[in-house]
Design a protein around this ligand. Sequence first.
Ligand SMILES: Nc1ncnc2c1ncn2[C@@H]1O[C@H](COP(=O)(O)OP(=O)(O)OP(=O)(O)O)[C@@H](O)[C@H]1O
Length: 576
Amino acid sequence: MSAKMMTFWSLENKETTSTQSSLPPVVSPTQGTPPSSTSSGIVTPSGTSGSSGPTTTNASNRNSLVPKAGVLIIRVCKARNIALPPNVKLPPIPSQPQQAQSDAMSQNRNRESMTRKQFWWMPYAVVEFDKNEVVVDALGGDTYNPVWQYRAHFDVSRESEVSISIFLRHPPNPEPSSPTVATNDYYLGGVKLQPSFSETKVEDQWYEIMGGQGSLHLQLAYKPSQQNTPMTFDSFELLKVIGKGSFGKVYQVRKRDTNRIYAMKVIRKAHIISRSEVTHTLAERTVLAQINNPFIVPLKFSFQTPEKLYLVLAFINGGELFHHLQMEGRFEDERAKFYTAELLCALECLHGFNVIYRDLKPENILIDYNGHIALCDFGLCKLNMGEAETTNTFCGTPEYLAPELLMGTGYTKAVDWWTLGVLLYEMMTGLPPFYDENTSEMYRKILQDELRFPDDMGESAKSLLKGLLTRDPNTRLGNNGSQDIKSHPFFASIDWRRLMQKKLQPPFKPSVESAFDTSNFDEEFTSEVPLDSVVDDSHLSKTLQEQFKGFTYNPASDGVMGESLNTSESVGSNRW
Ligand SMILES: Nc1ncnc2c1ncn2[C@@H]1O[C@H](COP(=O)(O)OP(=O)(O)OP(=O)(O)O)[C@@H](O)[C@H]1O
């Protein structure tokens, strides 16, 4: 595959939008008619009920039943009668030398003396709430009746499902000298549930394990925040540097009170002002805070100091798609299809909110612990793009630029379908379709060259790619709605409803040891000492500072968690 690609956007080209025909009203997700694209599964038409906002197929809509910010305490107790997937034959389990293998019943009495260990024969659980994942190793029990007795606190900033997935590690390779083959751990099933955000209720129940056998004992309790403490940098401990973008660093951090691990993106105000990027940065914050889609990285909090802006996001620890594609060269068809389908749902959701993403590329796609997609980096997205609206800003990443963007004749949401085609092509072949080391030559190829496919590519993949990589955006597949892409034969095996519920088992699960694990991130970053630099450009004028009004987002102190996508300047509080 090509080297890491840099996003750019032209400074000469001011962000402009023009409307070609009479527009449908630009609708905020919190008011009136729902966004036009409703098939993402997140937003469904609200017209029938006459309600004041979109409703959801699951409880992931933060505009309905929005809980007050607080902490959700989840205790994963134990499971019983778990079964291994058919055809899995395990080697003999070593005799039980460790104390952790003692009888499950003694766990509660004797917990402190036991250690959690990664015995391959003991299932581990991945607990997830709002894309925040905790890996829990067993304390005792056995393969079929593991005991975890683990309690985790999750920050609640919006309504989200709790998901518990149970896995078994692969037994060690009996011939250590043979090359290691990356294998997925065995998935033994899981439980998804909608927690009650009622203060008084403690849920204590056995749940049937779906996608496997047996049942799981869980306890859940929700505590709303008591105080209105503003979030500050000191609420977090910096752990590692995990990435660098054009505007600053991204850190892995630990929130001191709940112990949860997050990604913190730090942006210098002076830097974005000098590059006229304030609008984009505020757009990123607005989109992330508003959109609740299973394949988009959620924003948990944002705050600011006179010098810097801080975005606190769920930490997605399986690494960038770029990292995995680089290691493997290209992906099997099924894997490329799965990622494309999840990304299609993310883009469809953004388009439904009249947002164009504009910067799809393997570097901006993260893989979560279970192997699902999480789209990050909304620094280039464009808001308020109704169906008929065009914009002109020349921005993106050279390899992924759509022809109409290169022509400078204005472009619409359809640019995202072109980039989805480029990405699918790159995942299946290892290189973007019109790749050339010389950028000018690459632009020429994007505009003129015939689209070529390797001999071994299947007919339905070719047909989909031809559709998405159609130069004329008006006849490009997806231009009349994302459903046309979903209905393409290439996706015939995808059950879109189950995909949106994250019920399709990902074809690849990254190897992640714990929530702290950064092994899927570039050592170039993770080896760096994590320090938030002191900057002395704190003399931004009051007028300049005014531009950042509304950036701060801390549901715990704001109290209310719903907000509108179209009012980036007026939401949240201005507290710095
Ligand atoms: N939520 C997250 N979880 C884990 N890693 C993340 C997260 N957000 C960002 N990263 C890492 O940090 C890198 C840089 O983040 P991001 O792309 O948002 O920064 P940027 O400054 O906008 O970059 P660019 O210059 O590409 O626009 C990502 O490619 C990814 O590796």
